[in-house]
Design a protein. Structure first.
Length: 233
């Protein structure tokens, strides 16, 4: 569904990623792991048109989307949950979801909204509350809900479990599986909670110093402590 080929990018003159080849397969959860500062967020930002791709191409359902802007990508079926579960604190829960559903017809908006309430009943109970008052876990649900509102084909997520308690991390992973299996979304997720994400993903890439250091089935590295240590050194 998403194919990244030979991607180079960086900030200013500083190159961060080198010749990244990666594929997010239709209907699957693909995870990207790797040490802090290795370029994981940078890769998602480049794929989502937030920073320029220097070299290489990005394809979405066979179309070249290299350096297309985020609005174009959202309208064509890709949404992004950035790192740090950002919500608009001064707005209500419902208003935050309305922003996610900006391009939907009234009818479609209601259909999508119902799906979000069903997935996150806690949010429905608080729909009129200011989002700033939500707990960390609820804010995470809201930023995920906002990204789901346009009914994307592909969901990009950057460390959704950041700052969550172990219990909430496992709840997040359950939501992830549900969104994949029941909502049929293809997911590309960057995650530092390696053990947890290896339980739910179908394929895993590791990025180290701006290059792909591993690509394979999670089962192969899941119980290999030496390999995992090597990927994080
Ligand atoms: N906006 C930016 N401007 C300049 N350098 C940045 C910026 N964002 C990230 N970097 C640098 O790019 C490298 C990779 O960062 P990032 O992709 O955020 O890593 P990760 O998500 O894997 O922790 C780091 O060295 C970081 O300091
Ligand atoms: Mg990051």
């Amino acid at each position: 569904m998403l194919e990244i080929k030979g991607l180079d990018t960086g900030y200013g003159k500083k190159q961060i990623l080198y010749g990244i080849d990666l594929e997010a397969v239709t209907g699957k959860i693909t995870a990207i792991i790797g040490p802090n500062g290795s370029g994981k967020s940078t890769l998602l930002k480049a794929a989502f048109g937030l920073i320029p791709v220097w070299q290489g191409r990005v394809f979405f359902r066979q179309s070249d989307i290299t350096n297309k802007n985020s609005k174009f990508l959202v309208q064509n079926g890709i949404t992004f949950v950035p790192q740090g579960n950002r919500v608009f604190d001064e707005m209500s829960v419902l208003e935050n979801l309305e922003i996610g559903g900006l391009y939907l017809s009234k009818k479609q908006f209601q259909i999508e909204l119902e799906k979000i309430w069903q997935l996150f009943p806690e949010l429905k109970k608080r729909k009129k509350q200011n989002s700033g008052k939500l707990s960390g876990g609820e804010k995470q649900q809201l930023s995920l809900g906002r990204a789901l509102m346009p009914d994307p084909t592909l969901l990009l997520m950057d460390e959704p479990s950041l700052g969550l308690s172990p219990k909430l991390v496992s709840q997040m992973m359950n939501h992830l599986q549900k969104i994949n299996r029941e909502f049929g979304k293809t997911i590309l997720i960057v995650e530092q909670k390696v053990r947890e994400v290896l339980e739910v993903c179908h394929h895993v890439y590791s990025i180290k110093l701006g290059k792909i250091a591993y690509s394979g089935k999670p089962e192969i590295i899941k119980n290999d402590k030496d390999k995992l240590r090597e990927l994080f050194l």
